[in-house]
Design a protein around this ligand. Sequence first.
Ligand code: UDP
Length: 235
Amino acid sequence: MKYHRVLLKLSGEFLAADDGRGYSAEATQSLAAEIARAHATGVEMGIVVGAGNLWRGTRQGMGMDRATADYIGMLATVMNALALQDALEREGLETRVQTALTITEVAEPYIRRRALRHLEKGRVVIFGGGTGNPFFSTDTAAALRGLEIGADAVLMAKNKVDGVYDDDPRKNPGARKFDELSYLDLLAKGLQVMDATAVSLCMEGKLPIVVFDIFQPGALVGIIQGERIGTIIHE
Ligand code: UDP
């Protein structure tokens, strides 16, 4: 195995149908099945989930205070964490949700050492609530938790895009895919992979980022086993 411990970043939209809103039982379960196949390799896995299916669109046009909107977004990630936990448990995985904002009635608070212990025991740890701070993103939460748990890589899951391209491959059929990139290239080219704060954190911590299509069957397992899939971003 190439990676022994990974941090998987999922967007909220992956839990939804094609319109990207709310939940789809089918989408959520097929995502969970793909994660279960990867987990069966023996990899230790932490997951950070976003909230785009519940909140991003809703925020626009409301004129809401930014911090308030961000707290709603963070709470929405906790809802997604619970939905994902339910789906993963149906696949037979042992899981724990830990949240950056404490809601102890529904999940454990984030305690790094406890998260490490869960991982060692083979439990999938889902980190809800982002970083717990407004003005950040779940990409940054993924980089942060990835560093904290000593992950070998952050696996940035995408939907129907199998890596980093020099242009949007869905709009430009001539777009060229990168097999690898440096952190500085990624920042300099302004490629929309993850936000700059998250990339900078990974760069500082020398934490590789792998961008791949999670709905391509076997891609996640392949990456963990060392196949050249997607785009790897490193030094
Ligand atoms: N958010 C935040 N701080 C964090 C993580 C998330 O304020 O540390 C808020 C932010 O408003 C963000 C929303 O939660 O827009 C949902 O996360 P994101 O947009 O990253 O979800 P994704 O696009 O991955 O589904």
